[in-house]
Design a protein around this ligand. Structure first.
Ligand code: SF4
Ligand code: SF4
Length: 482
């Protein structure tokens, strides 16, 4: 393990825990509940959890806190101590607590969020694609083939209004994404609007444009969390995949600055056949730079990734090796590094719950203001996407035809319609159903019950064994080269 990593924080009677800079209690007024806000998550708390976590200040010990609660509620102190320790150990293992007060302070409470009224059923997260401009050219980029131009981008003020509207219908998490969001010269203004709206802010970046001064400014404004995407940790290969030289060194810098400023850090590593052999080194990198989370996601094949599928798809054997590597690392790194592992659809037997269910959990807004139920939704035919410039976000979310097209279960065909998992995975990914079956209402072919599953798995086996063709790089007008 690296020198930077603090190791697992074991909660005992003498521990004096406090929230880290990037985790905090939050009143989710839209849903009438309290949550602990953390990278990519909002943990719902019961009343006892709120009382315990409100008391954490890095000074009071678990022993004294348990004794106080036992007296106040006339309960056996050993029972209270056990429950408090279990709650705190769970949060410590997510790297949301630290021993002693955090020298960095979390952003001040937003005045705007105090005015939010009840709104059940709104989105929990907003993916804000601030720009499609990006200095990298990853061949699996999830941006559409028709990239939007800078001249069409929403202004900082328009983003600010979008954030306020999103928060007022229940959004808690904001993902500032792209393209490369730091390509926006007014990112500081955009972030200030997000903090003012009371959103938990996550900057998703390739890191190559960030300077230490700029990251310090963003931290001062109130940025909570940085997600650094990596193409590979082996420099030559990363340069080749991204068509950009010198990215790895910048990612080391930005990851270290992120932790230096007390912000949360996730390493995001899309997996495919051209970097899969280096997964153990990528995990080591995440530990070395003291990330709390790593996302290891086998890519999905739509948009640019679909164009490059034969160059990216791994063999079943190499995919299975990643499962073993991740399972072993999870055990070894308990309380040090948290894993989000997205398996490879072609070698799965059931699909993922894509976007938490269509129109149920997240919404995405493109650089020019189009509101989408999923960031890849523009690959589906026949949907009309409304624009935040023209209509309130709440109306688009609730009544928009695109949001209602595949919401819930009413649109389903067999075998999903009568399946007992229909309200668990909601039939999987609509974009993948379209890409493989040619029908956006079909069962996701990742599901073994789909009539297209065997064909879907078979072409993965065939393509992954053949020599990889050259990449078609993601760039303006690049898709027309095919
Ligand atoms: S995937 Fe690569 S090309 Fe696409 S936005 Fe991210 S860094 Fe840029
Ligand atoms: S049939 Fe549909 S609902 Fe059932 S597991 Fe497969 S994708 Fe999910």
């Amino acid at each position: 393990m690296s020198d930077l990593s603090p190791g697992r924080f074991m909660i005992g009677p003498d521990s004096r825990p406090a929230f880290t800079r990037y985790a905090r209690l939050h009143e989710d007024r839209a849903r009438g509940r309290s949550v602990a806000l953390a990278p990519e998550r909002a943990y719902e708390l019961d009343p006892i959890g709120v009382i315990v976590l409100s008391a954490l200040d890095g000074r009071i010990s678990v022993r004294d806190l348990s004794a106080q609660l036992a007296e106040k509620y006339a309960a056996p102190v050993e029972v209270i101590a056990r429950d408090v320790t279990t709650l705190l150990q769970g949060l410590a293992d997510k790297r949301l607590l630290r021993e002693g007060p955090d020298p960095f302070s979390a952003p001040a409470r937003s005045l705007f969020s105090r005015s939010i009224t009840r709104h059940d059923g709104g989105p929990a997260g907003l993916l804000a694609e601030l720009t499609h401009r990006c200095p990298l050219q990853c061949p699996y980029c999830s941006n559409p083939l028709e990239l939007e131009r800078a001249s069409a981008e929403l202004t900082a003020e328009e983003w600010g209004e979008t954030f306020r509207q999103a928060a007022s219908i229940g959004a808690l998490q904001l993902h500032l994404s792209g393209g490369e969001p730091t390509a926006r010269r007014d990112l500081e203004d955009i972030l200030a609007y997000a903090v003012e709206a009371g959103l938990y802010t996550n900057l998703i970046t390739s890191a190559v444009l960030l300077t230490k001064d700029r990251l310090a400014r963003l931290a001062d404004i109130g940025l909570d969390h940085v997600q650094v995407s990596i193409q590979d940790i082996v420099a030559d290969n990363a340069d080749r995949i991204s068509a950009y030289d010198g990215g790895v060194a910048k990612k080391y810098d930005v990851a270290r600055w992120t932790r230096e400023f007390g912000l949360g850090l996730t390493i995001n590593a899309p997996m495919h056949r051209q970097n899969i052999a280096h997964l153990p080194q990528i995990i080591d990198f995440a530990v070395e730079v003291d990330a709390q989370r790593i996302e290891i996601a086998h890519i999905q094949y739509y948009a640019w990734a679909e164009l490059n599928r034969a160059a990216l798809i791994p063999t079943r054997e190499t995919f299975m090796e990643t499962v073993e590597v991740v399972e072993a690392a999870k055990k070894r790194l308990l309380g040090v590094l948290n894993f989000d592992f997205v398996i490879h659809d072609h070698y799965a037997s059931r699909p993922k719950t894509c976007t938490g269910g269509w129109g149920q959990s997240i919404l995405a807004v493109t650089p020019s203001g189009k509101a989408l139920p999923c960031h890849a939704a523009q690959t589906l035919p026949g949907l009309i996407f409304e624009n935040v410039r023209d209509k309130p976000l709440g109306d688009i979310w609730r009544d928009g035809a695109a949001f209602n097209a595949y919401r819930g279960i009413g649109w389903m065909k067999e075998p999903c319609r009568s399946c007992d998992r229909r309200e668990i995975d909601f039939g999987g990914c609509r974009c993948q159903a379209m890409a493989v079956s040619g029908d956006p209402a079909a069962t996701d072919p990742a599901c073994a019950l789909s009539p297209d599953h065997a064909r879907f798995a078979a072409f993965a086996e065939t393509e992954s064994q053949a020599p990889a063709p050259a990449f078609i790089y993601r760039r303006y007008g690049g898709a027309s080269m095919t």
